[in-house]
Design a protein around this ligand. Structure first.
Ligand code: ATP
Ligand code: MG
Length: 401
């Protein structure tokens, strides 16, 4: 019964001269999202609006699900397009639309209210907008005795848009908001197998940023299943961001060297400093403008203000930490909503948890840390280079849940 979708977008509407860039990016992202759906679609801009026309049969829930992952969309309106076969026929079409969409709800007892709002995109249509509103309003009142007009807060806001065809729509399904991915540069997400980092990637991507990712594993201390879990998480994030280039770094030898040569209560901080250094190198090589992590103040010893300062000290690129002020429960709620939670809580070990000390420092002193890092001087350059040279790249496409 629905043949098209009108795509509403909020924030990108106000970008002045750049508006078309944002609209084009949105069209591109929509096309990409629909590639994964059965059916054929035409996505096009028309007089400041974006439409998705179905050119074949399609699965409504599947298409709405995919559109619901495209940042920049604030609302999705399912449209029934009818041929222009004169005003009388339009009246019949509108009654049929209301019956199909609201059916039993229109029965007397419910007391539903409505308003008709017409818009002529084609000025040669013989009936003026005000007249369309009045006439269709009358026709609906006659057809459904339980229905009443409410021009201020109607239950049903029926919009009638006169184009080549006549578009009828009244429902708005909320979209994810934000800005289309690709309009805001590119960032490098440090993606672990946990709950936080996929959420962090989602949040930064929502602001229009394209996401690449880096994962540090430590075979044989971490398993193939742990690695696959991170690839799966990248796939879930990619539903929203488009394909994610996931760089996988073998971190074992660096971790072993740190374990061998540095005080154990500083292992995590020193390890995290090397993660940031490597991530930054890859970020620079791939034109990323910043690093993204899932850190949140006080969550664990390595995320106190002191620890974050020590970790941050090695970075020259900005580090974006969108979860910094959030409680775990708030992060979990987002993870559940975006569909990463179930995968994140699979129990496979992470490389951080294997070499952790029983009592890690919570107030590391950068000077002391730097001094202990000198213990690695003889080996680290070589290890750093090898880690980068043996980097594995997996391009991860969006994965359906
Ligand atoms: P998460 O829930 O995201 O796994 P975490 O609670 O395990 O985080 P930490 O281990 O302190 O917390 O990691 C903090 C951040 O560092 C993570 O959110 C992630 O961005 C990054 N990180 C940690 N481990 C790795 C890893 N093995 N590979 C890539 N990034 C990592
Ligand atoms: Mg965490």
């Amino acid at each position: 019964m629905f043949t098209s979708f009108l795509i509403k977008y909020a924030e990108i509407g106000v970008k002045g001269k750049n508006r078309y860039l944002f609209e084009d990016a949105l069209v591109r992202q929509i096309r990409h999202a629909l590639k994964h759906c059965d059916g054929e679609f035409k996505v096009h801009k028309n007089q400041g609006r974006i439409y998705v026309d179905a050119l074949s049969e399609f699965d409504f829930d599947e298409v709405v699900g995919q559109l619901g992952c495209v940042f920049g969309i604030s609302g999705i309106c399912p449209v029934t397009a009818v041929e222009d076969r004169g005003f009388e026929q339009l009246g019949r079409d509108v009654i049929a639309y209301m019956e199909r969409v609201y059916g039993a709800k229109l029965g007397a007892g419910e007391g539903m209210t409505f308003k008709v709002a017409a818009r002529r995109a084609r000025k040669d249509y013989p009936v003026h907008s005000g007249e369309i509103n009045a006439q269709l309003g009358g026709i609906l009142l006659d057809a459904f005795p339980g229905l009443q007009v409410d021009v201020h807060e109607p239950d049903i806001y029926l919009q009638v848009e006169v184009r080549e065809k006549i578009y009828l729509y009244s429902m708005v399904i909320p979209g994810p908001g934000g800005m289309p991915v690709g309009t805001g540069g590119k960032g490098m997400l440090l993606l672990s197998g946990g709950i936080d980092s996929p959420v962090a990637g989602y949040m930064i991507a929502k602001r229009g940023v394209k996401i690449d990712a880096v994962y540090f594993h430590a075979p044989p201390y971490t398993s193939e299943r742990a690695r696959q879990k991170v690839i799966d998480l990248a796939g879930l994030v990619a539903r929203y961001t488009g394909p994610v280039w996931l760089h996988i770094i073998n971190f074992t030898d660096i971790q072993l060297a740190i374990y061998d040569k540095c005080p154990h209560d500083e292992l995590t901080i020193i390890m995290r400093r090397y993660m940031m250094r490597i991530a930054e190198q890859i970020a620079k090589d791939t034109e990323c403008l910043g690093l993204i992590t899932g850190e949140s103040i006080g969550q664990v010893a390595s995320q106190t203000m002191h620890s974050l300062a020590a970790t941050n000290e090695v970075c020259t690129l900005p580090v974006y930490r969108p979860l910094i002020g959030m409680d775990k429960q708030e992060i979990v709620e987002i993870a559940e909503r975006i569909g990463t939670f179930e995968t994140s809580i699979l129990p496979y070990e992470d490389c951080c948890t294997i070499f952790v000390a029983k009592h890690p420092v919570t107030k590391p002193n950068v000077k002391v840390i730097k001094k202990h890092e000198h213990n690695l001087d003889e080996v680290i350059e070589e290890l750093f280079r090898t880690a980068l040279e043996t980097k594995e790249l997996v391009v991860v496409e969006g994965k359906r849940q």
